[in-house]
Structure formats: structure tokens, C-alpha cells
Design a protein around this ligand. Sequence first.
Ligand code: ASP
Length: 334
Amino acid sequence: MKKTIPANPKSMIHILVLTTLIFLSAISNAQQNWAIAIHGGAGVMSRERMSPERQQEYTRHLDRALAIGDSILRAGGSATDAVVLVVAYLEDCPLFNAGKGAVFTSQGTIELDASIMEGKSRNAGAIAGVTDIRNPIKAVRLVMDKSEHVMLSGKGASAFAREQGLDMVKNRYFFTDERYESLKQLQKRERQRSQQDKHGTVGCVALDLQGNLCAGTSTGGMMNKKYGRIGDSPVIGAGTWADNQTCAVSCTGHGEYFIRLTVARDVAAHMEYKGMDLAGAGNAVLDKLTAMGGTGGFIAIDRNGNIAMPFNTSGMFRGFSRSDGDKEIAIFAE
Ligand code: ASP
């Protein structure tokens, strides 16, 4: 005789709740994507003036940087880890205007700016005008996580980084002959405000499997800068922004315009207040920048992994990679 076990209504509810939770988490994991975009600066650049070997070199380093971010995000790592390690790689690469290889000030020294912002908490960290922190992006993460401030500058920022145990270097570490030669040429041309060789700032925006966004930017600023000039890159809202509700943005270009237009935050504001999608918001803000006479561009990513990389110069070193297998690296305006 078959014995039937009457269902216990309490355990039935437990099983139902558990099954629903497993189902929901399976759905949300299946829908959750990761995505990453990087830039290595926008400016005047042309295929004719850049040798194929040079183009390959840039492409190789952008590809490696993307691979670092890819592997972190694919394994379920945080957007913040991806941004920090990708930007640190680009800072160590002498081709870009950040960390080693940064542009010179009018005094023949190097002064670095950087910032980072997390979209979940809108916590942020920034440093400006530092001369001896090997990887400014690591310092800004510590400002964000370990200090009660958002922005530190100069000697104070260095003291903080030293206390936190970061790699400190002599200013000479950042020098490259190529950038020094560019400074001399620019100074020879005196007040002629050439756009050439100003590019090279680096940035990264990422979306992780948990749905969190992060943006980070690092730069040596504008070549031949004077009087302790600080650009948009360390200014939260101007050069960097992240907010899980809308998007994460990292900018590059003529910083004074980006500050005056709060470009990074403005992209998010167009989405938040006007209900625009990422591409529409990006184009609207780029149009405002162009109308004001500002040059440059930005990379932006939204919470669904959509990516926009608009710019109004003849080129911007850029690339992106996504969990759906989509990937691209490009230099010139196509
Ligand atoms: N935005 C940076 C600055 O103005 C420079 C750049 O992105 O090329 O300092």
C-alpha cells in the first residue's frame, strides 16, 4: 500500500520561497552583463602623421589594458578594481600622458592629477598637482576608501600616499625624452596654442556583474601648464562621474571647458532629468562642448552595459569590451 505523506503547509511555503529566490537570482545573473571602456586621450592625430608601427604600439597597449579589465570583470571582480588596475597599467606605459610619460609643465617638471568615483555610493577620491606618487589612480582610491576627504593636493596628497604605503618616486621617474622634446618645441613656437601632443590622458569606466559602475581618470594635464594649473581630470563632475542610476564617465580634452560645462556630470544629468539614453545624452553634451569651443571627448557606460565614446577631435585612443563578446579598439575618427 502506498503511503502518502501529507504536505506540511509551512515547509511548502519555505520550498516555494526558496525556489522563487533561486529562480530570481538565476534570472538576474543571466541578465547581468559586464562591460568596460577605456581612453588614452583625445587630440589632433592623423593616420598620415602616425607611423603604422606607432599605431600598432598604441593598439597593443590599449588591448592589454582592456584584457586586464576583462579578466577582472569576467571573474566577478568589482568595477573599481578593474578601473584602478587598468588605469595603473596605462599610467606605467610611457606612451600616455599619465604617470610615466606625462607632459611637462612650463618649468620642466611633472604634476599629476587623477580621480575616481563609484556609482553605488557616489563615494569619490581625487588628487591634484602631485609630483612623486608613481600611480595616482591607486592614491585616489585610497583617498576615497581610507580618508574622510574627497580631494587632496600637492605635498599633503604625497604625505597621505606615503602613509598608506604607496610606491613613491622621484619626479624624474615620469620623464620621457619624447615629451621633453615636445615641450621644447612648443615653447619655441611660443604662444602658438597648438593642439598637437596634448593628448594622452587615460581613463576607464566599467560595469561589473553586481551592476555597479565606476569611473577613473589620470593625467599629467596640459603641456606647458603654469602657475599650478589644475584641469578637469581630478574634478568630480567635470572629468569623472559615476552614478549607478545613470552612467559612469571619464573625460579627456581641454580641461578648462570640461570644468566650465561639468561635462561628466552633465551626461548623467541629461539621462536623469531628460530621460535620454546614453548615446543621446553623450551627443547632446558633446554638442555643447563644441559650441563653446572646447575640444576633446569622453567614454561613458550605463547600467545596461551600453557604451558611448564621442569626441570632436580628429582622434581619441579608445576601446571597449563587453560580456556579449563585442570588442573594439580605435584611434582615429572613422
Ligand atoms: N583634460 C586634461 C586636462 O585638461 C588633459 C587631457 O585630457 O588631454 O588637464
